[in-house]
Design a protein around this ligand. Structure first.
Ligand code: MD3
Ligand code: FE
Length: 218
């Protein structure tokens, strides 16, 4: 039997795994009960390593604001994209990844069929109305055998779920506060992105969406 909770505005809050492809899955409402704790942790992390708008190697400033926690953090500048143990703004190591983050990423990966995931990097993305993430692949990690786990908080977004080539038209998947997405295996290198965020207000976060992506970078 499958149990589901419903919310009048958003439909299913917690329900069965929703498979987008053979190894990509949405876990609706997976972290709803822990959302406030996750938000407090993000507040302390981004007090030490503030959100910033990175520049791409091509010289464009990204509309998404980013920070990181964990042994490695994803950075971009005129020299390229890479993982670095240091925050280029402070020269210090990135804030540690909280044990609760490690644990939720591992459990979510397991629920989607990827046992023993041990992330060493957590990229934190902040979206405001109009912010978008153009179609891309995540390929700066050393071993594509590891999955990626993402956690959505705050305003809803339309996630663009593409194919293994850029020219395949992406599916549009709405993601809500508390949703988790896990992808790996044959779906690990799919093109994906986020459509420009529509203005909305979330009771806890206002007009902001936060997304955590847990990765094994090294
Ligand atoms: C990729 N972040 O940080 S995560 C990124 O919502 C990034 O901030 C987006 O892409 C964000 O690199 C999307 C969600 C996601 C879900 C399913 C995928 C990414 C996926 C399936 C295949 C590849
Ligand atoms: Fe990505």
């Amino acid at each position: 039997m499958t149990l589901s909770l419903f919310d009048e505005d958003h439909g299913v809050v917690v329900g069965a795994n929703e498979w987008l492809a053979s190894q990509a899955c949405v876990l609706r409402g997976r972290v709803l009960a822990q959302a406030d704790d996750i938000l407090s942790a993000i507040e302390s992390i981004t007090t030490a390593a503030p959100f910033r708008h990175l520049v791409t190697p091509g010289g464009t400033t990204m509309s998404v604001a980013m920070s990181n926690c964990g042994a490695l953090g994803w950075v971009s500048d005129r020299r390229g994209y890479r993982y670095s143990p240091h925050d280029p703004l402070s020269g210090q190591r990135w804030p540690a990844m909280p044990d609760s983050f490690q644990h939720l990423a591992r459990q979510a990966a397991e629920a989607a069929g990827f046992p023993s995931f041990q992330p060493d990097a957590c990229l934190i993305n902040r979206y405001e109305p109009g912010t978008r993430l153009t179609l891309h692949q995540d390929r700066d990690e050393q071993d594509y055998g590891h999955p990626i786990v993402s956690v959505s908080l705050g305003m809803p977004a339309v996630f663009l779920f593409g194919g293994l080539t850029r020219n395949e038209r992406p599916a549009r998947i709405p993601l809500y506060h508390g949703d988790v997405v896990v992808w790996g295996g044959v779906d690990r290198l799919r093109f994906h992105g986020v459509a420009p965020l529509k203005a909305a207000s979330h009771p806890r976060l206002g007009a902001v969406r936060l997304n955590l992506t847990f990765r094994r970078a090294a």
